[in-house]
Write a protein that binds this ligand. Structure first.
Ligand SMILES: Cc1cc2nc3c(=O)[nH]c(=O)nc-3n(C[C@H](O)[C@H](O)[C@H](O)COP(=O)(O)OP(=O)(O)OC[C@H]3O[C@@H](n4cnc5c(N)ncnc54)[C@H](O)[C@@H]3O)c2cc1C
Length: 274
């Protein structure tokens, strides 16, 4: 299915290995809040300081700074000052440079400054935004793409789906808390999506993905896999893929998007230790 809702970026591509530059924080305001499902909010951020904010790679990331307890709005960070403790990593889902807008989809998982802020977000509220940082280098020659992850990676997957050519095939395996979180996915490529249910217990993160992978048809030997979910689950699933399921490590890019029991899990956890 096709839905050209995510704009193609226009600047030269950054890479996974590009040096990290700290760009000045941009003040943004909430202009719209949409309820996508019980546990997912789409929040549109806007502001004059979004001038020049453009995103190249799919599955790029940015940093959002949320108010600390007792603050009506966060304090603008100083260029070389300490990192804000309430800074978290999010995917710029759709960027509309002309309108100075960026959409962000937030999982409401119930804890932490980002999730609790998103649950109450109202137009006019202020955040600071930094980035973007590099994302996923698509292999446009690959015959088959496979996206395996949980709801925190759903926005990233949507940016990848939007960039695939019509000649590609893509399989998505997505874990969500319950069936009410499922939604239609779109891509110019031939798309096959499977949703699996985690349930309310965060400690079950990744288990439904592992089970589905064991039960599903084998993944093609030449497929390119983007795997993004809870950090320990990402490591287990990569071992499953490279062990029992016989895929090469080089076919897989793994990313821990969050970690059970850890606040502000780093944005660069590729699971290289596993
Ligand atoms: C590159 C990248 C892109 C990301 N893009 C998005 C995005 O677009 N949308 C999105 O919703 N998330 C995204 N994430 C994940 C997000 O950064 C984390 O979920 C982050 O921890 C949320 O911050 P918080 O303040 O809500 O919780 P924190 O203060 O970091 O954590 C509080 C508690 O909540 C738990 N927790 C954190 N995240 C989750 C979760 N998703 N599900 C269940 N429990 C959780 C932690 O284990 C901890 O116990 C992305 C992460 C990365 C690395």
């Amino acid at each position: 299915m096709q839905q050209p809702s995510l704009p193609a970026p226009s600047l030269p591509a950054a890479t996974e290995n590009a040096p990290r530059k700290r760009r000045p924080p941009r003040r943004v305001e909430v202009s719209r809040v949409q309820v996508l499902s019980p546990a997912m909010r789409r929040i549109t951020l806007t502001g004059a300081e979004l001038q020049g904010f453009e995103v190249n790679d799919p599955a790029s990331y940015m940093k959002l700074i949320f108010p600390e307890p007792g603050q009506a709005e966060p304090v603008r960070p100083l260029p070389d000052g300490p990192r804000a403790t309430s800074m978290r990593t999010y995917t710029p889902l759709a960027v509309r440079p002309g309108a100075l807008e960026v959409d962000v989809d937030f999982v409401l998982h119930g804890e932490g400054p980002a999730s609790t802020w998103a649950a109450q977000a109202q137009p006019g509220q202020v955040l600071f935004l930094m980035g973007p940082g590099p994302g996923y280098q698509l292999d446009l020659q690959a015959a088959e793409h496979v996206l395996i992850g949980d709801d925190s990676a759903l926005p990233a997957f949507e940016t990848i789906l939007a960039r695939l050519p019509a000649s590609a095939r893509v399989r998505v395996l997505m874990e969500v808390a319950d069936a009410a979180e499922e939604r239609a996915l779109f891509s110019p490529a031939t798309l096959q999506a499977q949703w699996v249910i985690r349930g309310a217990d965060k400690h079950a993160a990744g288990q439904a993905l592992e089970q589905a992978l064991r039960e599903s048809a084998p993944l093609p030997a030449q497929s390119r896999i983007y795997l993004a979910c809870e950090a320990a689950a990402m490591r287990r699933i990569r071992q499953l893929l490279t062990g029992e399921l016989g895929l090469a490590r080089s076919q897989i890019v793994g990313r821990g998007y969050w970690k059970l029991g850890a606040v502000n899990h780093p944005d660069h956890d590729y699971g290289d230790d596993a």
